[in-house]
Design a protein. Structure first.
Length: 172
Protein backbone atom coordinates (compact mmCIF):
# COMPACT_ATOMS: atom_id res chain seq x y z
CA UNK A 1 0.00 0.00 0.00
CA UNK A 2 3.03 2.28 0.34
CA UNK A 3 3.17 4.79 -2.51
CA UNK A 4 -0.03 3.33 -3.92
CA UNK A 5 -3.02 5.39 -4.96
CA UNK A 6 -5.20 2.25 -4.82
CA UNK A 7 -5.18 1.80 -1.04
CA UNK A 8 -5.67 4.04 1.98
CA UNK A 9 -4.21 3.33 5.38
CA UNK A 10 -5.51 5.06 8.49
CA UNK A 11 -2.53 4.95 10.87
CA UNK A 12 -4.63 6.03 13.87
CA UNK A 13 -7.12 3.18 13.52
CA UNK A 14 -4.63 0.91 11.72
CA UNK A 15 -7.18 0.12 9.03
CA UNK A 16 -6.72 -0.48 5.33
CA UNK A 17 -9.30 0.31 2.69
CA UNK A 18 -9.74 0.36 -1.06
CA UNK A 19 -12.37 2.55 -2.72
CA UNK A 20 -14.05 3.02 0.68
CA UNK A 21 -14.22 -0.71 1.46
CA UNK A 22 -12.27 -1.91 4.47
CA UNK A 23 -9.75 -4.67 3.74
CA UNK A 24 -7.88 -7.15 5.87
CA UNK A 25 -4.18 -6.35 5.66
CA UNK A 26 -1.38 -8.86 5.85
CA UNK A 27 1.47 -7.72 8.08
CA UNK A 28 4.96 -7.60 6.67
CA UNK A 29 7.37 -10.31 7.78
CA UNK A 30 9.63 -9.14 10.62
CA UNK A 31 12.67 -10.61 8.80
CA UNK A 32 14.18 -7.28 7.76
CA UNK A 33 13.84 -5.89 11.27
CA UNK A 34 15.49 -9.03 12.64
CA UNK A 35 18.41 -8.46 10.23
CA UNK A 36 18.76 -4.88 11.48
CA UNK A 37 18.71 -6.08 15.08
CA UNK A 38 21.29 -8.78 14.29
CA UNK A 39 23.58 -6.18 12.68
CA UNK A 40 23.16 -3.85 15.65
CA UNK A 41 24.01 -6.64 18.10
CA UNK A 42 27.05 -7.71 16.06
CA UNK A 43 28.40 -4.14 15.93
CA UNK A 44 27.82 -3.75 19.65
CA UNK A 45 29.81 -6.94 20.35
CA UNK A 46 32.69 -5.63 18.20
CA UNK A 47 32.81 -2.43 20.29
CA UNK A 48 34.42 -4.18 23.28
CA UNK A 49 37.31 -5.41 21.11
CA UNK A 50 38.03 -2.12 19.33
CA UNK A 51 37.83 0.24 22.30
CA UNK A 52 35.36 2.53 20.55
CA UNK A 53 31.81 2.45 19.27
CA UNK A 54 30.48 1.67 15.82
CA UNK A 55 29.50 5.32 15.41
CA UNK A 56 33.03 6.46 16.32
CA UNK A 57 34.51 3.96 13.85
CA UNK A 58 32.22 5.13 11.04
CA UNK A 59 33.28 8.73 11.55
CA UNK A 60 37.01 8.33 12.13
CA UNK A 61 37.66 5.43 9.74
CA UNK A 62 35.05 5.69 6.99
CA UNK A 63 34.14 9.37 6.86
CA UNK A 64 37.53 10.70 8.01
CA UNK A 65 35.99 13.30 10.31
CA UNK A 66 35.83 13.33 14.07
CA UNK A 67 32.38 12.90 15.60
CA UNK A 68 32.99 16.02 17.75
CA UNK A 69 33.65 18.07 14.60
CA UNK A 70 30.38 16.83 13.11
CA UNK A 71 28.55 17.73 16.30
CA UNK A 72 30.07 21.23 16.26
CA UNK A 73 29.13 21.70 12.60
CA UNK A 74 25.59 20.51 13.33
CA UNK A 75 25.26 22.91 16.26
CA UNK A 76 26.58 25.76 14.12
CA UNK A 77 24.14 24.94 11.33
CA UNK A 78 21.13 24.49 13.60
CA UNK A 79 21.76 27.76 15.42
CA UNK A 80 22.30 29.82 12.25
CA UNK A 81 19.90 32.77 11.97
CA UNK A 82 19.29 31.88 8.32
CA UNK A 83 17.69 28.61 9.39
CA UNK A 84 15.14 30.50 11.48
CA UNK A 85 14.32 32.67 8.46
CA UNK A 86 13.88 29.60 6.26
CA UNK A 87 11.54 28.16 8.89
CA UNK A 88 9.43 31.34 8.76
CA UNK A 89 9.22 31.10 4.95
CA UNK A 90 8.15 27.45 5.08
CA UNK A 91 5.59 28.16 7.82
CA UNK A 92 4.13 30.99 5.76
CA UNK A 93 3.95 28.80 2.64
CA UNK A 94 2.23 26.01 4.57
CA UNK A 95 -0.09 28.43 6.34
CA UNK A 96 0.54 26.91 9.77
CA UNK A 97 3.12 26.40 12.49
CA UNK A 98 5.84 23.92 11.61
CA UNK A 99 5.65 20.32 12.80
CA UNK A 100 8.52 17.85 13.22
CA UNK A 101 7.66 16.08 9.97
CA UNK A 102 8.10 19.35 8.05
CA UNK A 103 11.80 18.56 7.97
CA UNK A 104 10.83 16.74 4.72
CA UNK A 105 9.46 19.95 3.17
CA UNK A 106 10.56 19.99 -0.46
CA UNK A 107 8.97 23.20 -1.67
CA UNK A 108 12.33 24.71 -2.61
CA UNK A 109 13.03 22.15 -5.33
CA UNK A 110 13.37 23.42 -8.84
CA UNK A 111 10.28 22.28 -10.64
CA UNK A 112 9.09 22.36 -14.23
CA UNK A 113 10.59 25.77 -15.04
CA UNK A 114 13.80 24.05 -16.18
CA UNK A 115 13.91 21.90 -19.29
CA UNK A 116 15.53 18.64 -18.22
CA UNK A 117 16.50 17.70 -21.79
CA UNK A 118 18.25 21.03 -22.30
CA UNK A 119 20.13 20.65 -19.01
CA UNK A 120 21.16 17.10 -19.93
CA UNK A 121 22.46 18.29 -23.29
CA UNK A 122 24.42 21.14 -21.69
CA UNK A 123 25.94 18.71 -19.20
CA UNK A 124 26.88 16.25 -21.95
CA UNK A 125 28.53 19.09 -23.90
CA UNK A 126 30.54 20.31 -20.91
CA UNK A 127 31.42 16.84 -19.60
CA UNK A 128 31.20 14.26 -22.41
CA UNK A 129 32.76 11.54 -20.24
CA UNK A 130 33.87 10.78 -16.69
CA UNK A 131 37.51 11.64 -17.41
CA UNK A 132 36.61 15.17 -18.55
CA UNK A 133 34.38 15.65 -15.52
CA UNK A 134 37.12 14.50 -13.16
CA UNK A 135 39.67 16.86 -14.79
CA UNK A 136 37.30 19.83 -14.41
CA UNK A 137 36.36 19.08 -10.80
CA UNK A 138 38.85 21.53 -9.23
CA UNK A 139 37.53 24.31 -11.48
CA UNK A 140 33.91 23.46 -10.61
CA UNK A 141 34.67 23.45 -6.88
CA UNK A 142 36.49 26.79 -7.13
CA UNK A 143 33.45 28.31 -8.88
CA UNK A 144 31.41 27.09 -5.91
CA UNK A 145 33.68 29.09 -3.61
CA UNK A 146 36.35 26.62 -2.53
CA UNK A 147 39.97 27.77 -2.44
CA UNK A 148 42.28 26.13 -5.00
CA UNK A 149 43.97 24.08 -2.25
CA UNK A 150 40.66 22.89 -0.77
CA UNK A 151 39.28 22.13 -4.24
CA UNK A 152 42.31 19.96 -4.99
CA UNK A 153 42.05 18.26 -1.59
CA UNK A 154 38.42 17.37 -2.28
CA UNK A 155 39.14 16.34 -5.87
CA UNK A 156 41.79 13.91 -4.63
CA UNK A 157 39.10 12.17 -2.59
CA UNK A 158 36.46 11.97 -5.33
CA UNK A 159 36.31 9.19 -7.90
CA UNK A 160 34.13 10.11 -10.88
CA UNK A 161 32.36 7.14 -12.44
CA UNK A 162 29.92 7.15 -15.33
CA UNK A 163 26.36 7.12 -13.96
CA UNK A 164 24.68 3.76 -14.08
CA UNK A 165 21.30 4.96 -12.88
CA UNK A 166 19.52 6.78 -10.13
CA UNK A 167 21.17 6.41 -6.76
CA UNK A 168 24.61 5.57 -8.17
CA UNK A 169 26.28 8.42 -6.28
CA UNK A 170 24.45 7.64 -3.06
CA UNK A 171 26.69 7.10 -0.03
CA UNK A 172 26.67 3.64 1.46
Amino acid sequence: MINSDRYEWNPYANTLSQAGNELEGTPESPARYQKMLNNFNAMQRIDKYTGNTYIDRKFTEDMEIDVNDVEALSDQFLSAPELKEVGKIISKRLGRKLEAYDIWYDGFKARSNLDENKLNEQTRTLYPDAVTMEKKLPEILQKLGFSPDRAQYLTDKIAVDPARGSGHAQAS
